[in-house]
Design a protein around this ligand. Structure first.
Ligand code: BES
Ligand code: MN
Length: 458
């Protein structure tokens, strides 16, 4: 049996940044690392090429009567920038104070290793384990999984005997309070280009004569929320669904503290929509966020111009039954409609993903037709987390997105059991990302218990 932490370090040395074509070698290395790891575990490996980054499939086949678990993960990571803020090389993992520092340590190579190591150990302990397992590890999660959805559609039949999806790519609030994530927000992304005069103008000669595109963009952006932080786009909240009482009770148990939250974020005040706490707003409501804005002179000193162009990038998080195409189009139309005369606006729609919700068994709104093996998997997960982490899990929605999880449901009819194995202090998508190694070890233990238990239940 390999040492999971040493193996994880090996994986983290490949800079698998999916969004930047300069990192093709890192993507190839990471993919080959998974191929050989799975082959060494005795699984049959298939690499599926896509227009962008290949998908790695690894199977343990077996008796068709055995339960079949699909374990999902992603081998791509976010860019490491800004590099100067890292205390160690992002692609040369180091252990310090019980944490492993590297880009991708928490999102998603570490949590994914919990399940890989669990399977390796389980098969070593019981080579006859009556369980079918398929790993599906993709390389495009951080760019919206453009290839995975068409892949699922084209291979629908080969997944028809899967019982459930198991993954760890979500958050737990502390190492003492593990969360089973039961909802993810969807996403719609827009790129807005504003064009004013055909070239930058001398602001003395022409300032006062034309509509400044930076001003136009700022006015449009400012108009998209009201003073209570509600989005002002017509129909923006369509499809938002009610929150069940049990969900509110569960969130209350989290005992989240606004003062502590403000401190962690380094802000003097929070700004959720009126009527919601910040912890509700990030889970239960859609948002419209400006991810970046620019235009005109950004260099040292000053430059007296009326710029020719301005731009912003927007992402909307979506919930409930919201359709990312519909809501994205409405935002696009609102931006176009609000363009003043003399500036032209072009809006490109980027990647998108639908929201996802699953109701665990035993709740007032649990679906009556929930497949028995899924019901059992939730029960086994609850018990395993209790034993491995010493806490009962909370079942909470999460504000982040993993678009493919909704596609597993809509295309393959599969629900997901999501165990949160990264923590708020892990610095996802930020400098000095790290993984808590105690959480990783307990995660391996919990995952192994879940797999044994699903196999035993049959
Ligand atoms: N692991 C995250 C999703 C996540 C983050 C879940 C925080 C729960 C809490 C995932 O890798 C991610 O970052 N997803 C992107 C998706 C996007 C690029 C389509 C996200 O949420 O921004
Ligand atoms: Mn992730």
């Amino acid at each position: 049996m390999f040492d999971p932490i040493e193996k994880l370090k090996e994986h983290l040395r490949f800079p698998s940044v999916s969004t930047d074509s300069n990192f093709k070698e890192g993507m190839d290395g990471s993919r080959r690392f998974l191929e050989s790891l799975f082959a060494d575990m005795g699984l049959s490996v298939e690499v599926v090429n896509t227009p962008m980054h290949p998908i790695v499939l690894a199977r343990r086949e077996g008796n068709p009567e055995w339960p079949h678990v699909l374990i999902y993960g992603h081998y791509d990571v976010q860019p490491a920038d800004p590099l100067e803020e890292w205390r160690s090389d992002p692609f040369d993992p180091v252990v310090k104070d019980g944490r492993l520092f590297a880009r991708g340590a928490a999102d998603n190579k570490g949590p994914q290793m919990a399940h890989i190591a669990a399977v390796a150990q389980a098969l070593e302990e019981d080579p006859e384990l009556p369980l079918r397992i398929t790993f599906l590890i993709e390389g495009e999660e951080e760019i919206g999984s453009p290839s995975l959805k068409p892949f699922l559609e084209s291979r629908k039949d080969s997944f028809s005997d899967v019982d459930l999806v198991l993954l760890s790519d979500t958050l737990s609030p502390t190492e003492k309070q593990i969360v089973v994530t039961v909802g993810l927000r969807g996403i719609a992304v827009l790129d807005v280009q504003v064009q004013g005069p055909s070239a930058d103008l001398h602001s003395g000669l022409h300032g006062g004569a034309v509509y400044n595109p930076v001003q136009a963009l700022c006015e449009i952006c400012a108009s998209l929320h009201d003073e209570n932080n509600r989005v002002t786009v017509d129909g923006f909240y369509e499809g938002v669904t009610d929150v069940e009482d049990w969900e509110r009770d569960e969130l209350a148990k989290l005992g989240a503290d606004e003062e502590a939250y403000k401190k962690t974020l380094g802000v003097g005040a929070l700004h959720p929509i009126e009527g919601y706490t910040p912890f509700e707003a990030t889970r239960y409501l859609p948002t419209l966020e400006f991810n970046g804005i620019g235009g005109g002179y950004q260099g040292e000193g000053s430059k007296t111009i009326v710029p020719s162009k301005a731009m912003t990038k927007i992402s909307c998080r979506l919930v409930g039954n919201q359709d990312p195409k519909v809501i994205g189009e409405r935002v696009k139309q609102a931006v176009l409609d609000r363009a003043p005369p003399g500036v032209s606006i072009n809006v490109e729609m980027g990647h998108e993903g639908a929201p996802y919700l699953v109701t665990p068994p035993g709740r007032p709104n649990s679906p009556a037709d929930m497949p028995g093996r899924l019901v059992y998997a939730f029960e086994a997960t609850t018990k395993a987390i209790d034993e491995s982490f010493g806490c009962s899990p909370l079942f909470l929605r999460e504000g982040g997105s993993i678009p493919i999880i909704a596609d597993f449901k809509s295309i393959l009819g599969l629900d997901s059991v999501m165990i949160g194995l990264f923590l708020p202090e892990d610095n996802l998508h930020a400098p000095n990302e790290s993984m808590n190694l105690d959480v990783l070890n307990r995660g391996i233990d919990a995952s192994k218990k879940i797999l044994f238990s699903i196999a035993k239940h049959g």
